[in-house]
Design a protein around this ligand. Structure first.
Ligand code: ADP
Ligand code: ASP
Ligand code: MG
Length: 815
């Protein structure tokens, strides 16, 4: 025999009830079943709302109407007209009774726990009566059973404790005399010795199923709901949560205790005692095997089974000298709370015994505070105890799994994920079983935290990087194309998903919780955007509070740089091809690095030097592995390389420059390249990365241009001046050619000094053979002494720069 329990959503509509009956029919073909039902989805909440409204003399007619309509709609849809009347009549009787009770509450302005339970019981009674009647069309022997009379409890209304021995007797008795019927039993409700209705706690229909299952020693207890079993996290919070095939009773208990609503924690106890497996299945995906909770689960590879969370919790902190070394202090505190039925979710105590922090449901917080004030009145007066305060707006996150016990590093992984994402941990507790570690954090951080922790423990799953991109010029545009093309590959081979959550250029910006579709980002930015405002962009990005966030600066503007510090301090990584940030004051450069380190995020700027070439990374690896840089020599201006490589034959110098500009090798204003400023910035950044606290003014630049060219007021004038100085450039060219040399504009870092000079090098120099717009850099170090380490290749262009930015993005969080 099996118990089949269907939750609220499984009896929530005509369609789901049809599905439910199909499942029952299938199951009955194999063995006997007993069906346990919840109230229709939302009905228990509506009943509660009505009760609370009546208590303060507010109108509750609309809720009552909604409940009636919900049921009547199903009856009309699933019963032939001739069979509808008896069900309508019975339900109307129920609703009249309910109205009478509510009217009394209204009149007396009084709602006792006992009356509340009575009101709530109508949810299950109505749904069971209705569904049993509908089922009778299919199975002639279906009957509705008011299970409240068969489960006997104490008088702790709202959360009654079951008298197991008596209950098992009653259930067995009932079943013996009705074994030829197909029973549809109310979940959740029970009764005390006097026969007054009690309830088993919210979500308690699962528990009803386990109580019946245990009493009748069934083969299996099936919990049918609206998800594919127990998942690694609440699927409403974590999109990537996946179904677990098996759990131990303890694991299921811990997960549900810390908020996994899919099963009510006490459900596990009767099943555990009799070793009856519980299986959680999906009414809307019948073929899915679901999750088994059972004895002797097979060992599994997952480091943890799941992450659960309670989104609203209050924390009380008790501290003071009066507690130190006082045996029995915490005993007194917690027996007080337990006596008064206040459920303590989590406790931590400082090792100095100077303080105890514990978490309770928000509804219990003030009562707990008042009880403590009374119980410890003397200690408080004598100032041996600080007056406790309640902290609200907090949540609990717990990781659960039996494997944690044998695997070191689990808590490190948890705290690393939280730290990297700027989640502040308010308190920590580890279950003595070592099956769970739970942390208290701000409610605003919960969703980010659960997602980040999920990503970090289930690294086999696709990790998501949420990126916010500034700049839609050549590089920005190209990056989007590359991202879009590469997405399937990253998902397949690197388990990585890059989601663009926001885009801004200098005119418009667009941010979306769903992410920006890269197929038509231009249109989206055109049609759905708001006016660009960097401050608001950053604010919104922070407000989304997403895990694994990256801010990508693809501009050449000084403005975004002003926000880097704030962004890094919000635990958001920064990837930038914009050189302005790192080449301004040294102090600022150092501050960015420090912030990234302090907040555990990445600050990557590989494309600041040599576009996509691995220059910054190479230097960093050399330094980190303990090598010492003696000298760096480099040609880091692709523009100037191109110009010198093409400055031959009869073509005058200014024409070569123009050609370079037309081919897109120069900055919009070619003077920025030729005056050496861009090169200077790159050398400055390299020098700083090599460990020198250098400022711009310390870089010695020998201009390759005559003064008149440097002084030109506009681009047009500049070209004119270049033309006027044709003879100067010709002379340089001829001198080089006649001595078998070539012109090279070379930057050099040696002994903490940087200079950039125009040189003529012969074929013994490694920079002699340089073609097109290539960059080249040679590192002479302790390890690369006689033959330097050389990196060479195209050092400019949107394609390679965007690729460098791309590489930086996917490297975020790798370490
Ligand atoms: P029912 O009405 O069937 O009893 P509940 O609403 O009580 O269903 O519980 C099912 C819901 O629990 C799911 O829809 C899901 O949103 C939520 N849930 C929270 N945590 C988890 C988890 N770890 N695994 C599965 N579901 C979860
Ligand atoms: N209907 C009850 C509730 O909503 C019991 C249950 O659904 O399990 O809490
Ligand atoms: Mg439930």
């Amino acid at each position: 025999m099996n118990i089949l329990k269907f939750g609220g959503t499984s009896v929530g509509s005509a369609d789901s009830i049809k599905a439910l009956l199909g499942i029952v029919e299938q199951a009955r073909q194999k063995e006997d079943v007993i069906v346990v039902l919840s109230a229709m989805s939302g009905v228990t909440n509506l009943l509660l709302e009505m009760a609370e409204k009546a208590q303060v003399a507010e109108d509750y007619a609309s809720q009552l109407k909604a409940i009636e309509e919900k049921h009547f709609e199903v009856i009309r849809a699933l019963l032939p007209a001739s069979a509808q009347n008896p069900v309508f009549t019975k339900l109307k009787i129920y609703f009249n009774e309910l109205e009478d009770i509510l009217q009394s509450v209204f009149n007396l302005r009084e709602l006792s726990a006992q009356t509340k339970d009575l009101i709530l019981s109508y949810g299950e009674r109505c749904s069971v009566f209705m569904v049993a009647h509908i089922a009778r069309q299919k199975f002639g022997n279906a009957v509705a059973v008011d299970g409240s009379e068969l489960i006997k409890t104490d008088s702790n209304f709202g959360q009654a404790k079951v008298n197991t021995a008596l209950t098992e007797l009653l259930i067995n008795d009932y079943y013996q005399s009705n074994s030829d019927q197909l029973l549809f039993v109310t979940g959740f409700i029970s009764s005390n010795e006097e026969g007054r209705v009690t309830t088993l706690g919210r979500g308690g229909s699962d528990f009803t199923a386990a109580i019946w299952g245990s009493a009748l020693n069934v083969r299996e207890i099936q919990i049918w709901t609206d998800v594919n079993g127990m998942l690694t996290a609440d699927p409403r919070i974590v999109e990537k949560a996946f179904s677990l095939s098996e759990l131990s009773y303890t694991e299921a208990m811990e997960l549900s205790y810390f908020g996994a609503k899919v099963i009510y924690p006490p459900t596990m106890i009767p099943a555990f005692l009799k070793k009856i497996p519980i299986v959680i299945k999906n009414t809307f995906d019948v073929g899915f095997p679901g999750t088994y909770i059972r004895h002797n689960v097979q060992t599994c590879e997952l480091p943890i089974k799941g992450i659960s969370s309670i989104d609203e919790i209050s924390v009380l902190n008790l501290s003071g000298s009066g507690m130190v070394g006082k045996a029995g202090f915490s005993g007194r505190l917690f027996s007080l709370l337990s006596r008064e039925q206040i459920n303590v979710v989590l406790i931590t105590q400082s090792s100095s015994e100077h303080s105890i922090t514990f978490a309770v449901k928000p509804a219990d917080a003030i009562r707990a505070l008042n009880l403590i004030s009374k119980e410890f009145e003397l200690e408080l007066q004598a100032k041996k105890l600080e007056y406790p305060e309640v902290e609200n707006g907090l949540s609990v996150l717990a990781i659960v799994g039996e494997n944690m016990k044998h695997t070191p590093g689990m808590s490190a992984r948890l705290f690393n994920a939280l730290g990297r994402n700027g989640v502040n941990v308010r308190a920590i507790a580890q279950g003595s079983s070592e099956y769970n570690i739970s942390v208290i954090l701000s409610k605003a951080d919960l969703s980010k935290a659960v997602n980040a922790v999920h990503d970090s423990f289930y690294s086999d799953l696709k990790k998501t990087l949420n990126i916010f991109c500034l700049g839609t010029g050549n590089i920005g545009k190209t990056l989007f194309i590359q991202l879009q093309n590469q997405m399937p590959f990253l998902a397949k081979n690197n388990d990585l998903q890059v989601k663009v959550m926001g885009i801004s250029n200098s005119r418009q910006m667009y941010l979306s919780e769903e992410g920006v579709n890269l197929c038509n980002w231009e249109q989206t930015l055109e049609e759905q955007s708001e006016p660009a405002d960097l401050k608001i962009f950053v604010q919104k990005m922070k407000g989304m509070n997403l895990p694994n966030c990256v801010f990508v600066d693809n501009t050449a503007s000084a403005n975004p740089v002003n926000f880097y510090q704030e962004i890094l301090e919000s635990s958001i990584s920064v990837v930038t091809c914009n050189k302005i940030g790192n080449s301004a004051d040294y102090e600022q450069y150092a501050a960015f690095k420090k912030a990234a380190r302090k907040y555990g995020v990445d600050f990557y700027y590989e494309t600041n030097v040599g576009a996509g070439l691995p220059i910054i990374r190479t230097l960093k690896d050399l330094m980190m592995s303990g090598d010492k840089v003696a000298c760096i020599e480099a040609i880091l201006s692709g523009t100037i390389s191109y110009i010198f490589n093409n400055f031959k034959g009869d073509v005058p110098f200014h024409k070569v420059v123009k050609e370079a500009q037309d081919l897109g090798y120069t900055e919009p204003d070619p003077r920025d390249d030729l005056n050496g400023k861009d090169f200077m910035r790159k050398m400055l950044i390299l020098a700083r990365d090599a460990g020198y606290a250098m400022e711009e003014k310390e870089v010695v630049i020998e201009s390759m241009l005559p003064t008149a060219c440097l002084a030109a007021a506009s681009v047009e004038d500049f070209y004119k001046e270049l033309e006027n100085n044709t003879a100067y450039f010709e002379q340089l060219k001829n001198e080089a050619q006649s001595t078998g040399r070539v012109l090279r504009y070379i930057g050099k870092l040696e002994d903490g000094k940087v200079n950039i000079t125009l040189q003529m090098v012969d074929d013994t120099h490694p920079f002699f053979m340089l073609s097109g717009s290539d960059n080249i850099i040679s590192f002479t170090t302790d390890r690369y002494k006689s033959r330097p380490l050389v990196v060479k290749g195209p050092g400019a262009g949107a394609e390679v720069t965007a690729a460098g930015v791309f590489a930086d993005i996917i490297n975020v969080g790798k370490k």
